[in-house]
Design a protein around this ligand. Sequence first.
Ligand code: MN
Ligand code: MN
Length: 397
Amino acid sequence: MSEGASRRDVLATAGIGALFAAAAGSQSQAADYERAAPAGAPGANKSVEFYPPATDHGNLGALRFSFEDAYTRRTEAGWAREVTIRQFPIAKTVAGVNMRLPKGAVRELHWHKQAEWAFMLSGKARITAVDQEARTFIDDVEAGDLWFFPGGIPHSIQGLGDDGCEFLLAFDDGAFSEDSTFLITDWLAHTPRDVLAKNFGVDASVFDHIPPHELYIFNAPLPKPLAAERAESSRPDVPNSFSFKFMQQPPIKTRGGSVRIADRNNFKASQTMSAAFVEVNPGGMRELHWHPLADEWQYYISGRARMTVFASRGEANTVDFRPRDVGYVPRAMGHYIENIGDEPLRFLEIFANGQYSDVSLSSWIANTPHTLVAAHLGLDAAMLARIPQTKTPVVPV
Ligand code: MN
Ligand code: MN
């Protein structure tokens, strides 16, 4: 992969190395790519000639958008960039945000209508929330961990460790914008001081120094140890943790790779969103399948991928992916994702539905009368009898 091995590939690979080193408890931090504000790497994704396969037909519009082509909002403390329906029109059900919080930087206390599902890409963070029963949640999350905040639940994120963190957020509405969330500073700045005084039972002068505008991402003192911060509230914890150790889930493994699933069955707080973390070995493929319940919003973490989306009426479009790309597959449209590189392919499938669900072409025909299938496709019944009848999400089996 000489001409394809761009700076971007190399750097992204360093990042995922750091992810798994961190997940294993190592202090190793080789990832430099996420330490600076993203530069855009001009031309990095445009140099390889791409010929769609002859089986393609029709035009489904853009099925890929890169975070590197998204506008980056910087503050003194960190940065964020978003891929929403405004940048990527096909993505109606999910919007994504990529955020970097260096050590101490806080994504300020806020809430939003949409649910927030998150995957830690690197580093470490302290997250907090309080639910509608005034139950509390505080935890530290590391690379590979998830969190989920239901719509309307107020929360915060703060970068910890030597160098803070970088993470991916997904929201269950393509029209979400990170720039229009409800911020605690913004609300107080736009509430009469005498009302604030009455609300908290104090003198209005207490509020003489509140910020006149939102902070959004700002530098703050590092938090106390987890136990000390938890001890500050006498209220019970939320009944289902808002954080989740995704990498500790036993994967479905095949020779071709592995799939971990997080949905409301194992990550109980995540009632309205679900995800799969997929690893495909070189030469392997996420098998032909579709999702009956929800559109699929993809985030490519490492490696190189090729996907064809089959949209019925003879329409099928093929697109290639690199790290930091977002892909999208509307509900029920058939697709596969092939590792076309020489390193492991890792990506997330994210759904605005709490129940993960897919239908496999392979297990469909293996469990349908073989004479019937053979009559459709002109296949040999003996070949059909050899297809595994159980789910095999990544091939080869
Ligand atoms: Mn949020
Ligand atoms: Mn899929």
